[in-house]
Design a protein around this ligand. Structure first.
Ligand SMILES: Cc1cc2nc3c(=O)[nH]c(=O)nc-3n(C[C@H](O)[C@H](O)[C@H](O)COP(=O)(O)OP(=O)(O)OC[C@H]3O[C@@H](n4cnc5c(N)ncnc54)[C@H](O)[C@@H]3O)c2cc1C
Length: 656
């Protein structure tokens, strides 16, 4: 057994001892794959149910994943006692929403229903979100009784500002280390799932992995596994774009979220939902990031005044087209209307007025127009905790003497057209130039009311099953409980040594071919090859023929370039393996496109939900009834299904 496990964030001495082929065999009940926000909570909750839990992450858990850099707000906290609607009402609002930003299904309900309890759990772990120091007494976003501070919508109160969001992952890791049933394996990257007879479609019995620093091999035997690697977590851009000199990924995810969970699930024969989103999007292209480092009125910066170079203010409007006259209006839903499924109010900018010289570029984010409370909250709480702005803006600008009371932040300068908004996010205007490439993400593996995928013993939570955001831990904790219950009643399955040997061969192939002169493809070139295929064959315009063309080319890359890709050390080996997973995610996209075309040709209506899996080289499509999660054998009520699934957990809690 390696002595490098459980070392947390402290790496072994440099140079790391390279131990290719050395095997570590670990036996556990529940295997958590990926300890981001969802996985950490899954591990914590499963361990508390008394089963043995292995929590594995390819990075140090205190800073890993999309939450690792810090969060400023906790969205979707519908179950908090002061929220303007109940989780059940929320499901109706989602269903009738103008902008369908997430499917109104049981996964949304599970996450929303548990979000408040999950936040209280995080509070016990050390995460601060209340204004205990009474810094904001009387502010319109503060509840003076509970000291909770709300963001974005001060009436419905479904989003909570986080005071200590910058360190959320550190609290979670510290909590995990206190659980006697949980063992942490950091810097260990899971490479594949192990199935009962080594074939896709059968029960999960464990997984394999490698240590990213020493290269040693891990074989986990587990009764079940929870996939929490965040799917492509809005990281899909990297399937279309890579440039080693420029940060080429979408802005919403840790660049280490590389689609491995999806690739593993696909190879294990799990069923996927059909959504694969197309077209230009906020994440598209290599310029998907920079606007966060300048002034904008989005997300963290919500509500800030935008003025032109002469100080002339841009009028704010909400999604219903109403002009908003006060700053407070920007934080309120329209009279009699819900804020669910509508975009936040935005400054309305008319390109013609820029062209005619009425507004003069550049535009500026003017914090000075805010009230003192709003300004301190935006600059101190939000910008100071949010991972995208904490270091790049808050720390550097403060050090440079930026004063939010008097100074302004310049917005990106673009052509007038790019500022024009019809509730598009103009501050992300740079992204518009990359129209040909797709963005956004797959909606992931299908999960049932227990968060189990179509593969027995394989659970999924967080972004992996479209339950991302700061409240990802709510779905994580829920899945941890369900997985623990499954592990208690299920005997251990036998690992197929043939499957282990095949995976070991695949994993080490890039280092074993180092002496082969034909092995001259680096991981970066492999990645760029994938991007080329996806840009050409899976862009904004697509057709069944292009899908086939793309699948053919990815197959060719797998047979040729992938067999020539080398790795000089464990670090490079991890990058190669990540790229191999990216190629699989490219195949998932193309196959789902193909299936969507087929369904359209056959006129299959929206009253059915299409599912796709890939077994023995064949794409298998099946259909489920719409809203199957509220039809027999499930109950017809969200609450009843949820309560039934948590019955055992509740009973155990009551019995102490
Ligand atoms: C900078 C930034 C700021 C954000 N701010 C907010 C905010 O303020 N509010 C909000 O609601 N949301 C915010 N988000 C979104 C939110 O952080 C994510 O939606 C959330 O972290 C998703 O949780 P998750 O557990 O599904 O995935 P993640 O937290 O991304 O965790 C995935 C984990 O899987 C690990 N992993 C991946 N592959 C493997 C493998 N093969 N083997 C082992 N481990 C693996 C990764 O290392 C990672 O730790 C922000 C995102 C970013 C990037």
């Amino acid at each position: 057994m390696s002595n490098h496990i459980n070392y947390g964030s402290i790496p072994p001495k440099w140079p790391f001892p390279v131990k290719y082929d050395e095997e570590n065999r670990i036996e556990t009940d529940v295997l958590v794959i990926g300890a981001g926000i969802a996985g950490s909570m899954a591990g914590l909750m499963a361990a508390r149910r008394g089963v043995k839990v292995a929590v594995v992450d390819k990075a140090p858990i205190d800073i890993s994943g999309s939450g690792g850099a810090g969060l400023d707000h906790y969205g979707g906290c519908i179950s908090n006692p002061d929220c303007g609607f109940t989780p059940e009402e929320y499901m109706e609002l989602l269903k009738n929403a103008k902008v369908k930003f997430r499917p109104p299904d049981h996964r949304a309900y599970i996450q929303m229903k548990g979000a408040w309890d999950n936040l209280l759990e995080l509070e016990k772990l050390g995460l601060k979100f209340r204004d205990e120091e009474d810094e904001f007494v009387g502010a319109p976003f503060r509840d003076d009784k509970t000291k909770i501070m709300y963001a974005y919508d001060y009436k419905n109160k479904d989003t909570i500002k986080l005071r200590g969001g910058a360190d959320i992952k550190a609290f979670m890791r510290a909590g995990l280390t206190k659980e006697k049933n949980a063992t942490l394996y950091e810097r260990v990257m899971i490479t594949n799932l192990l199935t009962e007879d080594g074939r896709p479609g059968t029960r999960i019995v464990g997984a394999t992995g490698i240590n990213e620093e020493t290269g040693e091999f891990y074989i986990f035997s587990a009764k079940c596994a929870i996939l929490c690697t965040a799917g492509l977590s809005l990281q899909a851009t990297s399937t279309w774009t890579f440039n080693s000199e420029m940060f080429a990924n979408g802005y919403r995810a840790d660049p280490r979220v590389t689609g491995e969970g999806f690739a593993m699930a696909w190879k294990a024969g799990a069923e996927f939902l059909p959504e694969e989103q197309f077209g230009q999007s906020i994440n598209t292209g290599p310029f998907g990031w920079p606007w966060y480092g300048v002034g904008n009125p989005d997300n963290t910066w919500h509500g800030v005044n935008i003025v032109d170079d002469n100080g002339k203010e841009m009028p704010y409007r909400n999604s219903y087209g109403d002009e908003l006259s006060t700053v407070l209006d920007r934080f309120m839903p329209s009279e009699g209307k819900s804020n669910v499924g509508v975009l936040h109010p935005v400054p309305f900018i008319d390109a013609k007025k820029i062209e005619s010289g009425e507004y003069v570029l550049p535009l500026w984010a003017d914090l000075s127009a805010f009230s003192d409370d709003e300004r301190r909250s935006l600059w101190g709480l939000m910008v100071g905790n949010e991972g995208r702005t904490r270091t790049a803006i808050y720390d550097y600008f403060n050090k440079a003497g930026f004063n939010p009371d008097t100074d302004m932040l310049q917005c990106p300068v673009m052509t007038p057209y790019n500022f024009q908004n019809d509730f598009k996010d103009w501050y992300q205007g740079e992204a518009h130039i990359c129209k040909a490439w797709k963005a956004d993400t797959l909606k992931g593996v299908i999960t049932d009311w227990n968060q189990m995928t179509s593969i027995e013993g394989l659970f999924a939570a967080g972004s992996e099953s479209d339950q991302g955001g700061a409240a990802a831990g709510s779905s994580g904790g829920y899945s941890g409980n369900r997985a623990a219950e499954y592990a208690i009643k299920t005997p251990r399955g036998k690992i197929s040594e043939e499957q282990v040997a095949a995976e070991k061969k695949r994993v080490y192939a890039p280092v074993k071919r180092m002496d082969d002169p034909k092995a001259n493809v680096s991981w970066k070139e492999l990645w760029m090859g994938l991007n080329r295929v996806m840009q050409q064959d899976c862009g904004e315009f697509r057709s069944p023929e292009l899908c086939e063309h793309g699948i053919k080319w990815l197959d060719s890359i797998k047979k040729h370039e992938m067999q020539m890709t080398y790795a000089r050390n464990p670090h490079e080996l991890s990058r190669v393996l990540e790229c191999e997973s990216r190629v699989t995610t490219g195949e998932i996209y193309l196959n789902l496109c193909k299936a969507n075309f087929r369904a359209a040709e056959q006129n299959i209506g929206k009253d059915k939900i299409m599912l796709n899996k890939f077994i023995d080289g064949e794409l298998i499509t099946t259909y489920k009834e719409a809203e199957w999660w509220l039809k027999p054998p499930c109950s017809s009520s969200y609450l009843e299904n949820y309560t039934n699934c948590r019955a055992l957990e509740k009973e155990e809690k009551q019995n102490g």
